[in-house]
Design a protein around this ligand. Structure first.
Ligand code: MGD
Ligand code: MGD
Ligand code: MO
Length: 707
């Protein structure tokens, strides 16, 4: 972290240097953050960056990723002009074309494909970056396709599905400020969300108790935990049901609350009876005595706030149900929608809960097609299909290959990386079967290399971006430098394409500026005020949520209550879904004795996008898998040896990193490396039947020394 200001500060900025300090935001990691950056700009070039001290989120801090922004935005792999493929698909040979040519060709091809095969044969696909998503979704709707697909169908939408099914509301957050005990489930913010650690650290110093549930020893388990439970990856559901067993047995459940606000407690309690501490020890590897100690600590220190990390809990075949089993602990202890427990939240704009409402929902939904065919994945994953207005990316390759239930012909992509998904090679081959492929990215990635048209996007330094922050804040950044080369902001590209295709969308055709004005029209602030203020503005009308409001109004579920027994899931029992948060162990195979958990976050990496950045790469130059010394000894592997990780899908070669912090029997490996793509080893069939999520974190695998 960069806490101290530079020695140069005394001289910079100054007339004699010609350096001006301008404010922007870091867009390298997820939109929950996007820290404020002071960009020192000299002759149109960013010469230095620092965290913005006045920013309400990061207060001047920047992490290993944020500090690499100059290397990131000035990287030689930046796409310089729009490109058109000239060689065979996949040959990576392109010619530069003008924006007009690119728009014309894209519009003509997409409209022809719509006329021949229907609007839904075009998939509008966003990778991890999110800032343009409301535009992409609106464009897809206006075009007539429900196939708006995002990375989030692999990342956190499983948890939205959980909250929607169980509470009728999209999310909830732990009320750490008032909690008596904090259950950090798969919680290691020191590697993935630095800014989320400080609230827990502060409350721990004030006496809040902390239980961390993580198979590995981490900075969070070492610094925060009163008790650290170490279940085997993917066995979280059994552990949560075991905690419930003990809370019920110890009389630590809130029966009045359950009576008023919870549905299905009797059936749930009966189900939980099979999860006694000895059984849970067998299923999870957590000693019965530790489970008992954790249940006692929780029961004696209510209210209970829970951090349920999305990806690590969801990335399993039983991930959705495991997550529900954890959520249930809030309900039975009377802590859902209660001070110090879990508080329901709503998104203000682009996945950010800031306590106010923009017109984002109307912006997206106004042109939604009425009679379009259902999105990819919705018949295979009916619960997903009912609740989530997006395609499930994990069913995309199958549908491209089989045309079942209808053919897919084209992709308009923004930041699409085929290595995101299980059986990444299968997804690549399927995408290459499409008639027409467009990708928009900062860098000429391996995915861009097999597209027909490639468009250069700007970084956050080169564009103007609307952004909400928790606590009632809103900002609209100004570009701090001109777009590099011929790159354009994604939202500009989307508006230009709407105009080129003549889709009849006056708002998109009017451009990003008009869209921003529309989005904030109900707020007591103007675009000019946002633009003139270099820092996020706190909107005066925003009031903190009053705990209990939703509960007293009645939840938006069928029963009006928190559903331990889900009436929404009940109707899919024929398809094998179960209304209670049932437990299934991760799949096993005798020929593949390890569990592969891919991947806890590395401080220097952000999915695929920082592997090319030398500062970040220098911290872990080679793709490495972490394994326990006892496992390594058993298979004859030493530190730094080349090892092969293999599954029935294939194998990759990486370096072995022996670590006493990981549990025996599990091998850990980060994703997104071109030269060692772990997702080649993942099965596109091992999917969670509720959410369609992949089994990235409890896949059976083998490990052997190379050579
Ligand atoms: N094995 C395994 N696989 C995983 C995971 C795991 O834990 N294990 N995690 C999953 C999760 S949670 C996620 S979120 C995904 C992330 O998956 P990806 O979508 O693969 O994420 P990135 O590699 O960060 O970004 C994709 C592309 O977006 C481009 N990009 C960056 N900024 C912009 C922009 O402003 N505009 C445009 N047009 N493009 C931009 C980047 O250059 C990059 O090429 O990976 C998933 N895959
Ligand atoms: N540096 C960095 N930060 C990132 C990202 C990145 O790529 N790099 N990606 C961002 C994105 S898109 C996401 S989704 C988040 C994810 O961020 P987190 O949710 O924090 O995910 P991880 O770091 O993968 O896992 C957190 C902890 O969960 C543990 N864990 C793994 N599997 C299991 C399991 O089955 N059960 C339990 N109980 N624990 C488990 C891991 O050992 C790890 O210590 O990170 C975001 N932040
Ligand atoms: Mo993610």
């Amino acid at each position: 972290m960069n806490t101290s200001k530079s020695l140069l500060e005394a001289k910079i900025p100054g007339k004699e240097t010609g350096i001006e300090v301008r404010q922007t935001i870091c867009d390298i990691c997820c939109p929950s953050f996007h820290c404020g950056i002071d960009a020192y700009v000299q002759q149109g070039r960013v010469v230095k960056i620092e965290g913005t001290a006045q920013h309400p989120l990061n207060h001047g801090l920047l992490c290993t990723k944020g500090l690499a922004n100059r290397q990131y935005i000035y990287h030689e792999d930046r796409i310089k002009t729009p490109l058109r493929r000239v060689g065979a698909r996949g040959s990576g040979r392109f010619e530069p074309i003008s924006w007009e040519q690119a728009y014309h060709e894209i519009a003509t091809r997409l409209l022809d494909i719509r006329a021949a095969h229907g609007a839904e044969s075009v998939v509008f696909f966003s990778g991890y970056s999110k800032w343009y998503r409301p535009w992409l979704h609106r464009l897809a709707n206006r075009f007539g396709s429900l196939n708006y697909a995002t990375e989030s169908s692999i990342c956190m939408t499983s948890t939205f599905l959980n909250w929607l099914v169980t509470t009728g509301n999209i999310m909830s957050t732990p009320d750490t400020a008032h909690a008596g005990v904090y259950l950090g489930w798969a919680f290691n913010p020191y590697h993935s969300r630095y800014l989320a650690a400080s609230g827990v650290e502060k409350r721990k110093a004030e006496g809040m108790k902390v239980v961390i549930v993580d198979p590995r020893i981490t900075p969070a388990s070492q610094r925060l935990a009163d008790i650290h439970l170490r279940p085997r990856a993917g066995t979280d559901g059994a552990l949560a049901l075991g905690l419930a067993y003990l809370l019920i047995q110890n009389g630590r459940v809130d029966l009045d609350y359950i009576h008023q606000y919870v549905y299905g407690y009797e059936q749930y309690r009966e189900y939980v009876q099979s999860f006694d501490p000895q059984t849970v020890e067998r299923l999870t590897g957590v000693p019965a005595a530790q489970l008992e100690a954790a249940a006692t600590l929780i029961g004696e220190n209510l209210p209970l706030a829970i951090n349920e990390s999305a990806a690590p809990i969801a990335h399993h075949c039983n991930g959705f149900q495991n997550y529900r089993a954890i959520m249930a602990l809030s309900a039975i202890t009377g802590c859902f929608d209660r001070q110090g427990g879990q508080l329901p939240t709503q998104f203000s704009y682009n996945y950010q809960a800031a306590g106010f409402a923009t017109r984002e929902h109307a912006f997206i939904m106004e042109p939604r097609p009425q009679n379009a065919r259902p999105a990819v994945g919705s018949s295979r994953f009916p619960l997903w299909g009912e609740f989530i207005d997006e395609a499930q990316v994990n069913d995309l390759a199958r549908q491209i290959r089989t045309s079942d239930p209808y053919p897919l012909k084209a992709m308009l992509g923004f930041g699409v990386n085929y290595r995101i998904a299980p059986d990444s090679e299968g997804l690549k081959q399927a995408l290459m079967q499409l008639d027409f492929l467009v990708n928009t990215d900062l860098f000429l990635t391996d995915t861009c290399k097999f597209c027909d048209i490639v468009l250069p996007a700007c970084s956050s330094f080169e564009r103007s971006e609307l952004k909400a922050y928790g606590g009632g804040y809103l900002t609209c950044t100004n570009p701090v430098i001109a777009p590099l080369y011929q790159s354009r902001p994604d939202v500009q590209i989307l508006c230009d394409l709407a105009r080129e295709m003549q889709l009849g969308d006056p708002l998109l055709e009017a451009g990003p500026e008009a869209c921003y004005r529309y989005l904030i029209a109900d707020l007591p602030v103007t675009l000019e005020q946002l633009r003139e203020n270099p820092y996020p503005i706190k909107l005066p009308h925003v009031q903190p949520y009053q705990p209990g409001t939703l509960r007293k109004q009645g939840l938006h579920t069928t029963s009006g209550k928190f559903e331990l027994y889900s009436l929404a899931i009940e109707k899919y029992q024929q398809q094998g879904l179960h209304p209670l948060p049932t437990y299934q162990p991760p799949p096993e195979h005798p020929d593949y004795p390890f569990r592969l958990c891919s991947a806890p976050r590395l401080t220097n990496a952000l999915h695929s996008r920082l592997h090319r950045v030398s500062w970040n790469r220098s911290l872990r130059p080679e793709p490495m898998a972490d394994l326990a010394p006892a496992d390594a000894q058993r298979i004859g592997v030493r530190q730094g040896d080349e090892i092969e990780l293999f599954t029935p899908q294939g194998s990759i070669t990486v370096k072995a990193n022996l670590s006493a912090k990981v549990d025996e029997g599990t091998v850990y490996m980060f994703h997104g490396y071109a030269e060692a793509d772990i997702n080649q080893l993942m099965s596109a069939e091992q999917l969670d039947p509720y959410s369609g999520f992949p089994n990235f974190r409890s896949t059976y695998a083998g490990v052997r020394r190379k050579g």
